[in-house]
Write a protein that binds this ligand. Structure first.
Ligand SMILES: [Mn+2]
Length: 312
């Protein structure tokens, strides 16, 4: 059922033990939104615990209270009366569902989220789930501490490429401005997010050398194979380095995850890549989307190029 923001606030107010979660391969918006909500719920005397079923990327380890995030263990249960699911659908959370049978309250900004099987607040015009979290916490009357504001700002800044993408609206910038009034330090956050270890930098250098052009230069792609994926902690941001190539309409990065799991990231200048990702079993936004292929890298690349061939 689709909810209003006020109804979301009411559901949270009447819950006592809340499990907060977001998608695997967590990014700034996933971690920023879960941390901000968890900290705010505790202000209201709630028991709130974040579970994310994945490793956390080192470039976000400056976020406050990150060390309190748990990863579900085999057979583990968590006593909750509500799951607050942020920035994704339940299918993209790994084994979170096995922790509890509690009902799901879903807050998201992904246009591809059609989840009607649970309570959903969806605002596809929001640049980030953190932008919605900001409104929700205002609705709930939470106190915007520097920690909460830092988490929210990080989610908005990372999901908009630091206010560069088309998803950036006047409201996005007004929200960011209000967060700066809560003592957020934008220079500190951008330095932390963009910081790379020398290892990652060298990995990115090697990955860039795999750049291939397709469809007469309209598509640029990078492949991060098993060997390369083992050297680097993150290839976050690498896709933006090839997206800027003149005449490139779509940029992609294929990353080795496991023997039969290959992650695809897509970025575009105009083409609706959410639609392409959806065809491939994933989802996302019009200009930033992705999916996971349950095949090896070569097969994933073949399937992707075949699908892209329908557009070029
Ligand atoms: Mn997001």
């Amino acid at each position: 059922m689709k909810l209003t923001l006020k109804e979301v606030a009411n559901k949270l107010n009447s819950a006592e033990k809340i499990l907060v979660t977001a998608h695997v391969s967590p990014d700034g918006d996933a971690l920023g939104s879960t941390l901000a909500m968890c900290l705010a719920l505790r202000q209201f005397g709630k028991t709130a615990q974040i579970f994310i079923d994945d490793k956390l990327p080192p470039y976000l380890n400056f976020l406050p209270h990150l060390d309190e995030i748990k990863r579900p263990q085999e057979g583990e249960k968590f006593d909750a009366d509500l799951i607050l699911l942020l920035d994704t659908v339940i299918d993209r959370t790994g084994n979170i569902r096995s922790l509890t049978d509690a009902p799901i309250l879903n807050v998201d900004h992904h246009v591809t989220n059609t989840g009607t099987e649970n309570d959903l607040y969806l605002e596809p015009n929001a640049a980030a789930t953190c932008e919605i979290v900001f409104d929700l916490l205002k609705e709930m009357g939470a106190t915007f501490t520097k920690e909460i504001a830092t988490c929210i700002y990080t989610g908005i800044a990372t999901d908009t490429g630091f206010f560069k993408y088309q998803s950036t609206t006047p409201k996005t910038l007004r929200t960011a401005a209000e967060l700066l009034e809560c003592d957020v330090e934008p220079n500190y956050i951008s330095e932390q997010v963009e910081r790379r270890t020398l290892n990652d930098f060298i990995g990115i250098k090697h990955a860039l050398q795999t750049t291939e052009m397709f469809f007469g230069g309209k598509v640029a792609g990078i492949v991060v194979d098993e060997q390369l994926s083992k050297i680097v902690d993150t290839t976050e941001g690498i896709i933006d380095l090839i997206r800027v190539i003149e005449d490139v309409e779509i940029a992609f990065v294929l990353t080795y995850k496991e023997e039969n799991a290959t992650k695809l990231s897509l970025r575009s200048k105009n083409v609706n890549v959410a639609e392409i990702a959806k065809k491939l079993g994933g989802g996302g936004h019009i200009r930033a989307a992705g999916c996971t292929f349950h095949t090896n890298l070569d097969e994933a690349k073949e399937t992707l190029l075949k699908t892209l061939g329908e557009y070029f």
